[in-house]
Design a protein around this ligand. Structure first.
Ligand code: NAG
Ligand code: NAG
Ligand code: NAG
Ligand code: NAG
Ligand code: NAG
Ligand code: NAG
Ligand code: NAG
Ligand code: NAG
Length: 552
């Protein structure tokens, strides 16, 4: 979950939007060496597959090149928490298969990084960044991991993340976990990486791995993807199974894909989606899922005559990216030039109910347990305790079995778990502050306002295929599709005054991934605004993301 619990993050965002300076064009202090003669930096899966097919490169060599890169860059970036001790052996196995003429598909022999809250039944730990779960034994691979392995992907390691996917404290630093330290922004190391899937997103951007997966409850795929200048696909809740994922809230949790191109991310989504009897929500995809999401990847010409809406009211209006408007508006102009019909003010009819008090970011922090302003938190907090306790109860062995155990663990290990941040939100949700009746009411309110009377109404009323939004960090632009359980994608849209990437996003209705991938890739092909990370301020790795808090 990625939300604005904290005053200091707010300050950070406000400061960020004050900066108007042009980005300094600088070359990377970490140029990537060629991998056995192959330009691996920025290489797409199709390009890597060509090398593998021609025999010029093996998966073992590929894995070793990324491991070397992790050794060089990760001490600055802290995007990787662990590497897989079996990665080279798995690569050997897949090289052997290829030599025997068996190629499983586009992911055969391709390394992938996995957020630390997704279970891998191997030598690696699955801990959501917390020492409380260190040494636990998971019962099986998460469903998405089993599917990725079957598709031939090599789990290269675990990605660092905001501990407990952000649902721990009112004040925290995105990308920080006790086990992994502070994930840094690959463009400017002193800047917010965004979270909670910080490590997977920035590892892809920094070319520490080809592709990655993360999870989102609210913003946790889209926000780090945009600040890492890559493609993020947050699928409809129910397209990717949550079995084996350390949960937040089943109404909103979803496993998403990161890639430097839409094709790469679409390959990941193709491999990891599917019906899973262990996650009932996945039955909803029947008749709505595609066997191959890469088939929808298009070029700029796919924008011709396509109606795309701009939900200006509250969504753009309360965006923290106001100083990026010149670049965002020029992007819109380029899309129009490519033939898109962009319609402004395709507002959600009940936007006043969803986000009553612009700017949108503070509506959810109102005290009091009623509906209105904090329905989303009511739903997430209520479900979190139940979902997490169920997950913990299924572990083969674990030092903690309940949310209460975790709260106790943190208090008993303050020097490693609470040296920078408290755990008020974990404790609050553990105290069951909401009744079942309040939860049901909040859930109905969230569903009603964001779906039929929200995104779906805007799409229908203005006859648009998708809604274009800034891929904002803390705003309705990620919150509304998160609450709806609807998909969103983000596309690189520029570099801000501090040298950090930002993105444009697309919203659609449930299971509209084909449309979002088609239009998103067409927008990406039109704008072509991804830039290779610059690692600005890499000499200042000990400058905390927030100096008052002192995270490292
Ligand atoms: C997992 O955690 C254990 C400590 O419990 C550690 O010894 C081990 O190295 C970790 N695994 C990896 C792959 O880092
Ligand atoms: C799925 O739904 C069935 C029937 O409602 C229920 O018995 C089962 O516990 C559910 N399983 C999960 C994993 O939610
Ligand atoms: C763009 O896609 C269209 C439709 O698939 C195709 O006909 C066209 O050749 C492509 N253009 C470029 C420049 O690749
Ligand atoms: C959309 O309309 C609003 C006024 O309702 C205006 O302030 C804004 O600049 C417009 N946005 C674009 C992209 O034209
Ligand atoms: C939400 O909070 C704002 C200000 O805190 C208040 O003006 C508004 O009435 C509240 N909305 C609802 C629906 O209660
Ligand atoms: C949600 O919509 C349903 C059906 O239209 C309605 O019965 C219910 O009262 C609504 N709930 C809320 C909280 O708005
Ligand atoms: C990087 O971000 C910091 C703020 O965290 C800012 O002071 C600095 O100017 C930025 N560096 C560049 C080169 O833009
Ligand atoms: C693979 C890797 O570099 N892991 C590091 C993650 O961060 C912790 C804390 O900084 C280090 O101890 C690990 O070595």
């Amino acid at each position: 979950m990625q939300r604005l619990w904290s005053a200091f993050l707010l300050a950070l965002v406000c400061l960020a939007s004050l900066s108007l300076a042009a980005p300094t064009g600088s070359t990377s202090p970490f140029p990537m060496a060629k991998c056995h003669g192959f330009q691996l930096e920025e290489a797409s899966i199709d390009e890597i597959q060509q090398q593998l097919a021609s025999g010029k490169l093996t998966s073992r060599q590929l894995v070793q090149c990324y491991l070397d890169r992790i050794t060089t860059v990760n001490p600055y970036l802290h995007a990787v928490i662990e590497t897989n001790p079996d990665a080279l052996a798995i690569a050997d196995q897949l090289d052997k298969e290829r030599a025997q003429g068996k190629v499983r598909g586009p992911l055969h022999g391709i390394p992938i990084l996995v957020k630390d809250n997704i279970a891998t039944d191997d030598k690696m730990n699955t801990t959501a960044g917390s020492y409380a779960l260190l040494g636990n034994v998971v019962p099986r691979d998460a469903h998405v991991i089993a599917l990725l392995r079957k598709a031939g992907a090599i789990i290269l390691g675990k990605g660092n993340m905001s501990e407990w996917a952000d649902i721990r404290a009112n004040s925290y630093s995105e990308g920080w976990s006790a086990r992994g330290g502070q994930t840094r922004n690959s463009y400017n190391l002193t800047q917010d990486p965004a979270g909670s899937s910080s490590g997977p997103a920035h590892a892809v951007s920094a070319n520490l791995v080809t592709i990655a997966i993360g999870t989102e409850t609210d913003g946790s795929v889209i926000a780090p993807a945009q600040r890492a200048g890559i493609i993020g696909i947050k699928p409809t809740v129910g397209l990717t199974s949550r079995d084996g994922v350390i949960p937040e809230a089943h109404s909103q949790d979803t496993v998403g894909a990161f890639g430097k191109t839409f094709k790469d991310a679409a390959y990941v989504l193709t491999a990891m989606h599917g019906v899973d009897p262990r996650d009932n929500a996945t039955y909803a995809q029947q008749g709505h899922a595609s066997k191959d999401y890469s088939q929808f990847v298009s070029n700029s010409s796919a924008l011709k005559g396509v109606r795309i809406g701009i939900p200006w009211k509250r969504v753009w209006e309360s965006s923290t990216t106001v100083n990026q408007y010149p670049q965002l508006f020029s992007a819109i102009a380029e899309l129009r030039k490519a033939g898109a019909i962009i319609i402004n003010n395709t507002n959600l009819p009940d936007i006043d109910d969803i986000t009553p008090n612009p700017p949108g970011w503070n509506w959810q922090f109102k005290n009091g347990l009623g509906l209105d302003n904090q329905s989303e938190f009511t739903v997430v907090c209520y479900e979190f305790k139940q979902n997490l306790n169920t997950y913990l109860s299924e572990l083969v062995s674990s030092p903690v079995r309940t949310l209460s155990d975790i709260v106790k663990f943190n208090d008993n290990h303050k020097s490693i778990e609470e040296q920078y941040f408290g755990q008020e939100v974990l404790a609050q949700c553990d105290s069951s502050p909401f009744s079942y009746e309040t939860y049901i009411e909040a859930k109905a309110y969230v569903d009603n306002t964001t779906r039929a009377a929200g995104i779906d109404a805007a799409l229908k009323n203005y006859k648009v295929q998708a809604l274009l939004v800034p891929s904002d960090n803390f705003s309705p632009s990620t919150e509304i599709p998160a609450m709806a359980g609807y998909p969103m994608v983000t596309i690189p849209a520029g570099i801000d005054g501090w040298g950090v990437a930002f993105g444009l996003g697309l919203w659609g209705t449930a299971f509209s991934e084909p449309t979002l991938i088609k239009l998103g890739s067409a927008i990406d092909d039109t704008l072509k605004r991804r830039q290779v990370p610059t690692f600005l301020e890499h000499t200042a790795t000990n400058i905390p993301i927030n100096s008052e808090i002192g995270a490292y």
